[in-house]
Design a protein around this ligand. Structure first.
Ligand code: LLP
Length: 433
């Protein structure tokens, strides 16, 4: 599942002890395992091998150039949502022809940039967007490849903030409207109707919502495909991962919790969907992010203080919600383990950051090995929606990122230098008195 494990009492990423990385690069520190990333990609690709398919990695989940390069080398395409992400993919040597551009608010200049680079498709989220893409393409004398994003109105049974496939969400075009929208699009001269796309939500842990959505949409895909000559159907991303990986004392396999056994694997996902997708005779696109990067990365942080209040024990660490916002934002659970394993009784602990907000926490009342100042803790499953959602709140520099490959490790993003934090800001002349 992933390559973070204890050897004796020492936590390793592949063949590199985390303590060596901390000594060299300090904390907070994101650490990624190349082997885990490659394995996750390969596992999904193998499960889908019976289908003509293209895995378009969701860049939003982890946009580091090194990560994009690894996936590009493995043959991945990319699901992008901004000009910035497309530029990153190009910078990392990725192929624009394998890029699908999603998002509800594409600007004219973003559309023009993507058209000039020759992307695979625009996933269109509204009729005004269709008009805009057509107009920009006409101005550039280009034909824009498009797919309409259909909203199938299926509840993904995931966190409300990451559900996208119901009519309560801003995403896509309602299933009942799609045919009419394609008819309209077919009259716009600078568009090529290439396929249809959907995405119902993120961190799905059962095949059922995917199956329900594909069942609902497949007849329409067949019909429109015959009419307009589609070459693909994109089923989006959303494959969930295991966040709860119980630390079973004495066992090396602490990451294989009961939850891990019940999880939606790529094999189960493929087995459920292949019978529905194969008869379409189209290339299938996928947009996984979290499945590929989530468990391939951790965030290492150092305990600064241990504060006892009589009622509670707080381990105050040097990482904060600005480095990893998921617990504060979604009440997300991230496993927390020491990089040097300790024996002894567990203590109910709140692991919190230094930011002046009560929501700056990583866990509450969690039984953890007794923490002491100077200990380093690893927040697991931080490879997806971790660094990419970081900010400079409280004027804190962004963490460094390291990539491990076997016994090799290298910095793939330097810790943000302090002076960069106010670079570009200006104090107007009239204030210099
Ligand atoms: N395709 C589309 C159109 C999406 O909106 C997303 C994610 C994906 C693919 C990739 O989904 P994945 O395979 O990673 O589940 N920040 C949140 C997750 C937001 C997901 C946004 N869209 C979190 O930390 O849980």
């Amino acid at each position: 599942m992933h390559d973070f494990r204890y050897v004796g009492d020492t936590l390793y990423c592949e063949r590199v002890p985390l303590r060596a990385l901390v000594a060299e690069h300090g904390t907070p520190l994101y650490v990624y395992s190349q082997r885990t990333l490659s394995n996750h990609f390969a596992r999904l690709a193998n499960a889908l091998a019976p289908l003509d398919h293209l895995i378009c990695f969701a860049v939003k989940s982890n946009a580091n150039l090194a990560i994009l390069r690894i996936l590009g080398n493995l043959g991945a395409g990319f699901d992008i949502v901004s000009e910035g992400e497309l530029r990153r993919v190009i910078e990392a040597g990725g192929d624009p022809k394998k890029c699908a551009f999603a998002g509800v608010g594409k600007s004219e200049s973003e559309i023009a940039f993507a058209l000039r680079r020759g992307i695979h498709t625009f996933n269109v989220e509204s009729e005004p967007e269709l008009q805009r893409i057509n107009a920009v393409a006409a101005r550039l004398k280009k034909i824009a490849p498009i797919a309409v994003r259909v909203n199938p109105n299926v509840d993904a049974h995931t966190h409300a903030k990451i559900t996208t496939g119901t009519y309560q969400n801003k995403f896509g075009i309602a299933l009942e409207e799609v045919e009419r929208v394609y008819a309209r699009a077919s009259r716009l001269k600078n568009l090529r109707l290439r396929g249809l796309q959907m995405h119902i939500g993120s961190q799905l842990t059962a095949a059922r919502p995917f199956v329900d959505a594909v069942r609902k949409v497949a007849p329409l895909v067949s019909k429109l495909s015959r009419k307009y000559g589609f070459d693909f159907f994109s089923i989006g991303g959303g494959l969930g991962i295991v966040y709860r990986q119980a630390l079973a004392s004495g066992s090396e396999k602490w990451w294989s919790s009961p939850e891990a056994r019940g999880v939606l694997t790529p094999e189960k996902y493929a087995a459920a969907l292949l019978p529905l997708l194969r008869p379409l005779g189209l290339r299938i696109l996928l947009e996984p992010g979290r499945f590929i990067t989530g468990n391939a990365g951790i965030l290492v942080t150092r305990v600064e203080y241990v504060k006892q209040t009589g009622k509670k024990t707080f381990a105050i660490v040097d990482a904060a919600m600005n480095d990893l916002i998921r617990p504060a934002f979604y009440d997300a659970y991230h496993e927390i383990v020491p990089i040097r394993r300790k024996n002894g009784a567990l203590v109910s602990t709140d692991v919190v950051g230094p930011i002046c907000e009560s929501s700056d926490f990583f866990c509450k009342d969690r039984p953890l090995p007794k923490a002491a100042p100077g200990d380093c803790l690893a927040l697991l499953s931080a490879g997806a929606y971790g660094f990419v959602m970081a900010s400079n709140y409280n004027t804190r520099p962004m963490a460094a990122e390291v990539l491990v490959n076997g016994h090799k490790a290298t910095l793939v993003r330097e810790r943000q230098p302090m002076a960069k934090l106010w670079e570009g800001e200006k104090v107007p002349r009239w204030l210099w008195v």
